[in-house]
Design a protein around this ligand. Structure first.
Ligand code: 5GP
Ligand code: 5GP
Length: 223
């Protein structure tokens, strides 16, 4: 009897694991290079030179509906650049690294794959993960959306509401705006989060927003 019960429990657990979802949705996070660089810490341009003035990809992050998230899910799946060789030129253009010292991007992409990408591997393999992020970045030109709404990267101050409304108007979905601070402590537009379905292809309404807040008026530094 005890043996039978144990067998049933083991089978049940295996079944639960098999159908358990790894995550509920993605945050697609893009960074404004002007704000990454305009801090006390400053930044370093990639070895290939100064990136274009555009929002660049930071990452595609699997998340749970309760706001928590998995990370570093599979140590047996290291970043392997040969799996994304068809995407490298797009990654250099649209997923540039600004951390110091200057790099070719591979350390940034390695970090994003190992921390986040390995947690959505049941849906997107390495090539699919990077391609999905690139395709999402190509779907919305955030800089154009903001400039068309009169919100220009000229160091001026803009209301957080006007920034959110411009992005919501263009994408149909409410973004989360993350701010950072320049060396004088002014809050500025740093990252834009949009939510994406578990296939990594469609923007959705966010099930939950990250914590943190900007200020009612924030700067949009030039780059
Ligand atoms: P920070 O502590 O600077 O907000 O975030 C540091 C890092 O933690 C981020 O770059 C990202 O890798 C991860 N992270 C922070 N917040 C979230 C979140 O809400 N969801 C996910 N998936 N990752 C997050
Ligand atoms: P996360 O915040 O996603 O956990 O970690 C980002 C990591 O990637 C940090 O170790 C950071 O130094 C590195 N990194 C390299 N290039 C960039 C960049 O352009 N932007 C950001 N946010 N992090 C970068």
């Amino acid at each position: 009897m005890a043996v039978k019960l144990a067998v049933v429990l083991v089978l049940f657990n295996l079944l639960a694991l098999g159908i358990a979802k790894d995550f509920d949705f993605f945050y697609f996070v893009q960074q404004w290079p002007g704000s990454y660089c305009d801090t006390a810490q400053s930044c370093c341009y990639p070895k290939s030179g100064k990136p274009a003035a555009a929002f660049g990809i930071h990452g595609l992050w699997p998340n749970y509906n309760d706001g928590s998230y998995p990370s570093n899910c599979d140590p047996d799946s290291p970043y392997d650049q040969s799996k994304v060789s068809d995407l490298i030129s797009r990654m250099q253009r649209n997923w540039p690294t600004l951390a110091c010292p200057s790099g070719d991007g591979s350390a940034f992409w390695n970090h994003e794959w190992e921390k986040h990408g390995t947690c959505s591997e049941s849906v997107l393999d390495q090539n699919g993960y990077f391609k999905s992020a690139l395709n999402l970045n190509a779907k919305v030109d955030l800089l154009k959306v903001l400039v068309d709404a009169g919100i220009e990267p000229n160091g001026g101050e803009y209301s957080l509401t006007s920034i959110k409304q411009a992005i919501e108007g263009a994408t149909g979905h409410t973004p989360f705006i993350e701010c950072n601070s320049d060396s004088s402590g002014n809050r500025q537009l740093y990252q834009v989060y949009l939510c994406v379905d578990t296939s990594g292809s469609q923007f959705i309404q966010c099930p939950v927003f990250p914590r943190g807040k900007c200020a009612s008026t924030i700067q949009f530094p030039s780059f």
